[in-house]
Design a binder for this molecule. Sequence first.
Ligand code: IMP
Ligand code: MG
Length: 468
Amino acid sequence: MIGFGEHTAEDRGVAGSNPASLILFLNSSHLILKVMSSTMVIGSQFGDEGKGKLVDCLAEQSDYVVRYQGGNNAGHTVVVKDKVFKLHLLPSGVVRKKRSLIGTGVSLDPRVLKQEIDGLKEKGIKVNLGIDPRCQIIMPWHNVIDIGKEEALKEKNIGTTRRGVGPCYADRASRIGIRFDDLVDEKRLKEKLDFNYPYYKNVCEKILNKHFDFTQEEVFKQYSALGKEFKEMLTDVSLEVNECLDKGKKVLFEGAQGTLLDNDFGTYPFVTSSHPTSGAATTGIGISPQKISERIIGIVKAYTTRVGSGPFPTEISGEEADFLRNAGNEFGTTTGRARRVGWLDLPMLRMSNRLNGFTEIAITKLDVLSGIKKLLIADYYLIEGKKFFDFPYANHLVAKAVPHYSEFKGFSINKEQQKELKEKGYSALDEHAKKYLEFIEKELNVPIKTVSFGAERDDTCSKDSKIC
Ligand code: IMP
Ligand code: MG
């Protein structure tokens, strides 16, 4: 079997035994579309870049869709014909009835898993899902701790989604976590609960002043029933993904959240507890970086938003902010919170590109900027008189950052123009919109291959081949 990271005959344009590479050879003029066997979709900002729509389009062209980090703190809206699907945990591929996998890097709440699977069933969709037995399970006390800790932090709270995701990851690192493999075996689950339940009851009651409204027996009953229900979904995701890539199947890696929420490189402590970066796919699935570096799409919203607390150098307020928030419907999918809004930030995106290695960029929600007379892009920060082209490593530096802006003339994308863009593609874009995009492209030195300018599935254009 030929590995994709190796330099094979296919690289030199010679069709080999690998089916995906064969297509690559035959369709070399459409190199970017439908031919890569691995595609990754990564949020380049604070999450909510509009990954859902592109992930759905790409999922349709894939054989497998895999999630590898985060949990049900994510919120993806997928619209198929007249049906709207709001997913938090399941890979978006389930809606397209693709083989969908949840890798070990995901914190999995089986109660939410059941809700989402039952909801899809009601809409006539049977999921084809595999879950890695190593996945850490979100237990009821993780929610209690998430809330209790936020309250204890008072005005310094992180603004978490309160889904228990962070405390679940903490248990993994402390090595007291409960895995999916424990859930499917009553004896193992009992043993784990015998430690975890009293331990966390103590912590919650004595430290956080929070009381459990569930007994150990109730937790056991609920979780062992969930384990039984999902037992047949257990699969070694690492093996399955490696094998299907070796066979030349097309695999989509669906990132959740955004790079600036990375547990190490984001605006710590105002971050999530996983790594929403491309590298996390290797450890969150169990796969070599060699196999998954072909196509890494950075999703960049045409402006910036953030939900929750933490630094945001290009944040704006007042009428302009209200306009952006309403035009972009910037309210959280998971918590309904109003998102903070601001201008596009290149130091942020430069770091994002450095960490992820984007092979291309997809710009989303360009239409939302329509009607704003003067647009700004932060090209660098001034911190104590020094220019910073990259995002600083610590919040105490970010706090002093004064963004230096480049100005751009506004543009409009009305219904008529949207129609034209759909027909003629990128060339039909307003000249000022092109200038805005070309500046980003030049500064990041990454091609913008896709531009999304509306909520509809086909509201996208491209310089060469369209994703949707
Ligand atoms: P947690 O991941 O629930 O612990 O929340 C930590 C921070 O990440 C908070 O500021 C959340 O608002 C933010 N966050 C978590 N998931 C998402 C997401 O999917 N989109 C945007 N922000 C998120
Ligand atoms: Mg979201």
